[in-house]
Design a protein around this ligand. Sequence first.
Ligand SMILES: [Zn+2]
Length: 145
Amino acid sequence: MSSNARSVERLRPIFVEVMPALDAIQLGEIWISHKHRTVNLRCPCGCGDLTVLSLHPSRWHVHFNGKAVSLAGPTGGSVWANSGCGSHYLIRDNAVIWLDQIAPNRHADYAIRERARLLRGETTQRSLWGQLRRGWSRMRKKWFW
Ligand SMILES: [Zn+2]
């Protein structure tokens, strides 16, 4: 959210081969490793969350003009934070261009879908286990009786 007092409007690109420990990544920095095809930055809103983007021809790309980086990628190159802050922004020539926040209900919908998916997975496992146990008890009954 751009109204956060700690938010940053400009990022400092740091090109590396290997990413540092995540604690080393500070607000206002954007770390880029082409070798490991990843871009890491603290959410520029100042919420402290780490944003990790995968560099891939069909995902994110970094344009570097010798001085400044711009990010291009899916959803028109806008980064949507996964965390609760709802940040949504573009990175152009090191600048953070704030876009509308993601409606909180989009996060909720996503969370509900994920939960449902997980629950379905659990249910499948449980019923499989139930089938095994039922099969086992039938076998035992046959064996003993
Ligand atoms: Zn944030």
